[in-house]
Design a protein around this ligand. Structure first.
Ligand code: UFG
Length: 329
């Protein structure tokens, strides 16, 4: 039996492909390569280039292979773009989930692990955030992921399909050997943008606002290493395999770090001064996002291991230094 990783050529998907393979699972990847990179998929992994919104692609995969579970990463994920192009997000994210669940039902595939997000909560009512807190997304990206969770919930009540939805906080870092990492054509994330300065690609990093009600005025986020995140997916599948009910878990470290602290950590890791300028606030950024991941600790027995910001940034730095142009190198 195989594990189908949808979106396995993307940043988080590709790290899961490695982690599941190392764990001993037989992995199959489907990716339309719109934002993913074929070069990230290791030799020897069965790869289908195709869009999961295409039922024929899924029927072919589910017919040609014995799929035990689906790990679902296919989605657009840029908050700002989603506000500008909401239908693009609903079409791809929600549309992909519909065809995927339909195909799973047709082919009797009963387990799905889903890549959800802190953006399902919107502006948090309290910190740290619990899974039971209100979900009021403030952008179409978060809304699309919340709708996808709700769809899985209704489907799981009607059929035998069981799901685990993992709500990630700020995913960062790269595989420890530096062979795969983050490569977005349109980079918006803090750590890759900071590291573009020592790479010589930009002369400074802009801090989006220093007037937030936080210790140094810059936004606080809960950063988790992408390998720790991948381990949570393996544990989530083990949980379903051992009969666990459909469930939702936050994945974060429980510690918050400010933008300023991340820049300071990156300066230490790279030995570069990394000039920073204060800019305007970015619309829609909450001041603080920190997860309460007690539930994942208690039920999945998951615990992040790479918890120092310098260690997380060091893995990203190893990847970017050896691949300054991403997979184009
Ligand atoms: N930031 C800067 N300068 C930059 C880039 C980012 O100051 O050049 C700040 C942002 O304002 C934010 C923090 O760095 O305070 C982190 O920003 P990212 O864009 O790296 O990440 P976000 O917290 O905005 O996004 C993350 C996930 C999204 C998810 C969102 C939930 O990447 O998928 O949390 O709000 F939707």
């Amino acid at each position: 039996m195989s594990v189908l990783i949808c979106g396995g050529a993307g940043y988080i998907g590709s790290h899961n492909v490695r982690a599941f393979t190392q764990h001993g699972d037989d992995v199959i990847v489907v990716d339309n390569l719109e934002t993913g990179h074929k070069a990230s998929v290791p030799e020897g992994i069965k790869f289908y280039e195709g869009d999961i919104r295409n039922a024929e692609v899924l029927d072919r995969i589910f017919t040609e292979n014995k799929i035990e579970a689906v790990i679902h990463f296919c989605a657009y994920s840029l908050v700002g773009e989603s506000v500008d192009k909401p239908l693009k997000y609903f079409n791809n994210n929600v549309g992909g989930m519909i065809t995927l669940l339909e195909a799973m039902q047709r082919h009797n595939v009963m387990r799905i692990i889903f890549s959800s997000t802190a953006a399902t909560y919107g502006e948090p009512k309290r910190i740290p955030i619990l899974e039971t807190d209100p979900t009021e997304p403030t952008n179409p990206y978060g809304e699309s992921k919340r709708i996808m969770e709700k769809m899985m919930n209704w489907v799981s009540r009607r059929y035998d399909i069981r799901y685990v939805s993992l709500r990630y906080f700020n995913v960062a870092g790269a595989w420890h050997d530096g062979t795969i990492g983050e490569d977005h054509r349109n980079e918006t994330h803090l750590i890759p943008l900071i590291l573009q300065v020592p790479l010589g690609k930009r002369d400074h990093v802009t801090i989006y606002g220093d007037d937030y009600p936080t210790k140094d005025g810059t936004c606080i986020r809960d950063y988790i290493h992408v390998e720790d995140l991948a381990k949570a997916h393996i544990l989530a599948l083990e949980y379903l395999r051992s009969g666990g009910e459909s469930n939702i878990f936050n994945l974060g470290s429980g510690d918050g770090y400010s933008v300023m602290e991340m820049i300071t950590a990156a300066r230490k890791v790279t030995g570069h001064e990394i000039p920073a300028k204060i800019g305007e606030r970015r619309p829609g950024d909450p001041a603080r996002l920190v997860a309460d991941s007690t539930k994942a600790h208690d039920i999945l027995h998951w615990k992040p291991e790479i918890v120092s910001m310098e260690d997380i940034i060091a893995t990203a730095w190893k990847w970017h230094q050896s691949h300054p142009n991403g997979y184009a190198d």
